[in-house]
Design a protein around this ligand. Structure first.
Ligand SMILES: N[C@@H](CCC(=O)N[C@@H](CS)C(=O)NCC(=O)O)C(=O)O
Length: 233
């Protein structure tokens, strides 16, 4: 929305207080996750769907290629980002940042109070348990995040300056929060030897829209104590 110069009203949900599974919110987003967009009374959920909707309704400046084949290539990037790094980034995020919220809960309390009520994340929470993901699971996630950075590096080396080449698209926008979260958790070393990715992230952060989206107070390192973990190298 910031890239399009649009104005909107932010409604901040406190996930620690479980605002995302409050009955009023579940009426808008039955998955019980953020974000949700309400535009002219229409409810749109899921980040990628929201991004494509905004681009269709507000086409200027375009963030999706006109050519169907290029559009398909961009969507393939988006699906990869959703399937691999988005899922992977949750593992270190929860272990390092969100787990302390469950301190003091035994397994039964954790399953009942934390896992059970979450429509989309019940099994994720069950798998994680009240003590967090294992080193093996953390390592697997780090491998997937590294794989993402290497894939970005190959694309940026072959084309650039953006993932789709000359055009800045939703593919860049969808991966940006994942890279930013890893930097926020102290894992910029995942791509520090990949100069194209370092440069891409620098240019991403320099965009005025990025500054608008990641305003002060949005990063986990700003408001939570983090416990370093052994990422398995
Ligand atoms: N596929 C969804 C996933 C959204 C999602 O996972 N949001 C997280 C925060 S980044 C959330 O709301 N988690 C709620 C919880 O952990 O209970 C989307 O892209 O909108």
């Amino acid at each position: 929305m910031a890239e399009k110069g649009l104005e909107w009203i932010d409604h901040l949900l406190d996930l620690g207080k479980k605002d995302q599974i409050a009955p009023e919110y579940l009426k808008l987003n039955p998955n019980g996750v953020v974000p949700t967009l309400v535009h002219d009374g229409t409810v749109i959920i899921d980040s990628s769907v929201i991004c494509e909707y905004i681009d269709e309704v507000f086409p200027d400046p375009p963030l999706v290629p006109q050519d169907p084949a290029e559009r398909a290539r961009m969507r393939a990037w988006m699906r990869f980002m959703e399937e691999v790094p988005t899922a992977a980034v949750r593992v270190p995020s929860f272990n390092m940042v969100f787990l302390p919220r469950f301190d003091g809960l035994d397994d039964k309390q954790f399953l009942e109070a934390e896992a059970g009520p979450r429509p989309l994340r019940k099994h994720f929470f069950e798998k994680m348990g009240s003590t967090g993901f294992s080193d093996k699971e953390v390592k697997a996630s780090m491998d997937q995040l590294r794989q993402t950075c290497e894939r970005m590096h190959r694309a940026l080396t072959a084309e650039g300056p953006w993932l789709m080449g000359e055009a800045y698209t939703l593919a860049d926008i969808i991966v940006a929060p994942l890279i930013d979260r890893m930097a926020d958790l102290g894992y910029a070393s995942l791509w520090s030897d990949l100069p194209t990715v370092v440069d891409w992230y620098d240019r991403m952060q320099a965009r005025p829209a990025f500054q608008t989206a990641f305003y002060e107070g949005t990063r986990v390192s700003e408001f939570l104590e983090m416990t370093p973990l052994n990422a398995g190298g």
